[in-house]
Ligand binder design. Structure first.
Ligand SMILES: *[C@@H]1O[C@H](CO)[C@@H](O)[C@H](O)[C@H]1NC(C)=O
Ligand SMILES: *[C@@H]1O[C@H](CO)[C@@H](O)[C@H](O)[C@H]1NC(C)=O
Length: 367
C-alpha cells in the first residue's frame, strides 16, 4: 500500500514549509552597551547584569529579562515602531530558524568603544566581538535563505548603535588617576574615542549596514549615580558634562564625514540623545516627571549609590521618574527618546529623523 499524502506531509514537515511563518518587514540589529542590551549578559559570567527583581517589574511578565529598565528599553520601543517582535539576544538559544530573520541584539552591558573599557566586568561582548557575531549571524542566515537574500536583508535592515558612555564612566573616570586619564586630557581623549569609533562604524558598513542610527551619550554628569558622588546642590558633575559636551558634536561630525566619504547621504544618522535627555532634566514637569534627579530604584542620595536590587527603595509609580536606576532611563523616558528619534526635528536627528529615512528606503522583499 502506498500513502502518498503521508509522504507529502512528511516531506512538507522536513522542508518546514507550513510551520514557518513568513517574516515581513525590516530586520533590526542592535549593537552597544547596557542602554540597549536585551539580555546577552544573562548568558555570561559577568557582574554587569539586570537579571534580578525589581528589574523588569513593568515588563509583560513582570520578571527581569536582562534589560536595564523597569520595562521596555529603547530597542524594544523601536521594534514596536517597526511592528516587529523585540530583538532576541544573540546568545539566546531561542534565536534560531525563522526568528533569525527578525534581526538580533548583540549588545552587552559594560562595553565601550575601547577594548579596555569595562575590563572590571570580565566577561562581556566587546564591540569588535559583537561585529564578529554579526558576521557569524549572516553565515547562519545565508544557510537558511541563501547569501544574496541575506545581503539584501542586511542592506534593508535598520541598525541601532549605542556606545561611548562607558568609555568615560567605566574607564576614564572609574577611579582617580585611571590609566586613560593619565594618558589623555578630556579634550584629547574625545578625538581618540572618535577615531576608534570611526573604525567600528566603517566595519559595520563593510558588513553590509546601510541605515545605522548612532546615539550619542546622554548628559553623563547628571545621572543619579554622579549626582550622589559629586553634587552638593543637585548640579551636574562638571567633568562628565564637559566630556559629553565634547563627544556628542564630534560624533555628529564623524557621521557627516562617513556619509560623505561613503557617498551615502543617509547611511549613518546621529541621534542627539544628549539634547533629548537635557529637555527632561531641565523641565521634568513638562514631561510628566516629578524628578529627573532621583532614581526610582536605588539607595542613598538621589537613590544613586550602589546597584538597584531587591533591597533598594523602589518608587511606586515608574511613570513619573526619568531615571529607573542610577544610570538608566525609565521606560517612560525611553518612550520620549524614541518619539524624538522617530519624528524629531534637525535639533535632535541628523541628517533626518527615523520616519523620514525609512520612508526613503522602503523594503523590497519579504523573506
Ligand atoms: C580591539 O580588539 C580588536 C579585536 O580583538 C582588534 O582588532 C583591535 O585592533 C583592538 N583595538 C585596539 C585599539 O587595540
Ligand atoms: C520628522 O518626521 C515627521 C514625520 O513623522 C516629518 O513631518 C518631519 O518633517 C520630520 N522632521 C525632519 C526634520 O525631518
Amino acid at each position: 500500500m502506498d500513502f502518498p499524502f503521508i509522504k507529502l506531509f512528511v516531506l512538507m514537515l522536513a522542508l518546514g514549509c507550513c510551520v514557518m511563518k513568513q517574516v515581513e518587514g525590516r530586520a533590526f540589529f542592535v549593537f552597544g552597551d547596557s542602554l540597549v542590551d536585551n539580555g546577552n549578559n544573562n548568558y555570561l559570567a559577568t557582574t554587569a547584569r539586570a537579571d534580578a527583581p525589581p528589574y523588569g517589574i513593568d515588563s509583560p511578565s513582570h520578571r527581569p529579562t536582562g534589560r536595564f529598565s523597569n520595562g521596555k528599553n529603547i530597542p524594544d520601543i523601536i521594534s514596536e515602531y517597526l511592528e516587529a517582535e523585540p530583538t532576541l539576544p544573540y546568545l539566546s538559544p531561542e534565536l534560531r530558524g525563522q526568528r533569525l530573520l527578525v534581526g538580533a541584539n548583540f549588545a552587552s552591558a559594560g562595553v565601550g568603544i575601547l577594548n579596555d573599557t569595562g575590563i572590571q566586568f570580565v566577561n562581556i561582548i566587546r564591540i569588535w566581538q559583537q561585529l564578529g557575531y554579526f558576521e557569524q549571524y549572516q553565515e547562519r542566515v545565508a544557510a537558511l535563505i541563501g547569501p544574496q537574500q541575506t545581503q539584501q536583508l542586511v542592506q534593508e535592515s535598520l541598525i541601532l548603535m549605542t556606545l561611548g558612555g562607558n568609555d568615560f564612566v567605566n574607564n576614564y573616570f572609574l577611579i582617580p588617576n585611571s590609566v586613560r586619564s593619565r594618558e589623555y586630557s578630556i579634550p584629547d581623549y574625545v578625538p581618540f574615542l572618535i577615531t576608534e569609533y570611526q573604525k567600528v562604524l566603517a566595519r559595520l558598513y563593510d558588513l553590509g549596514a546601510r541605515t545605522v542610527l548612532v546615539t550619542g551619550t546622554g548628559p553623563l554628569g547628571c545621572v543619579p549615580a554622579e549626582l550622589a558622588q559629586h553634587s552638593i546642590n543637585g548640579e551636574c558633575a562638571p567633568q562628565l558634562q564637559l566630556a559629553a559636551s565634547l563627544f556628542n558634536p564630534q560624533l555628529t561630525q564623524l557621521i557627516n564625514q562617513l556619509n560623505s566619504d561613503l557617498g551615502c547621504s543617509n547611511c549613518f544618522i546621529a541621534a542627539n540623545t544628549n539634547a533629548m535627555h537635557l529637555d527632561f532634566i531641565n523641565d521634568p514637569q513638562a514631561f510628566g516627571f516629578v524628578t529627573s534627579k532621583v532614581a526610582c530604584c536605588g539607595q542613598g542620595p538621589y537613590n544613586g549609590i550602589g546597584l538597584c536590587t531587591g533591597l533598594s527603595n523602589v518608587c511606586p509609580n515608574r511613570e513619573i521618574y526619568a531615571f529607573w536606576d542610577a544610570f538608566h532611563p525609565s521606560e517612560k523616558a525611553n518612550r520620549l527618546i524614541v518619539q524624538q528619534i522617530v519624528q524629531g526635528s534637525e535639533n535632535y536627528m541628523h541628517p533626518m529623523n527615523l520616519s523620514r529615512v525609512l520612508a526613503l528606503k522602503p523594503t523590497k522583499t519579504n523573506f
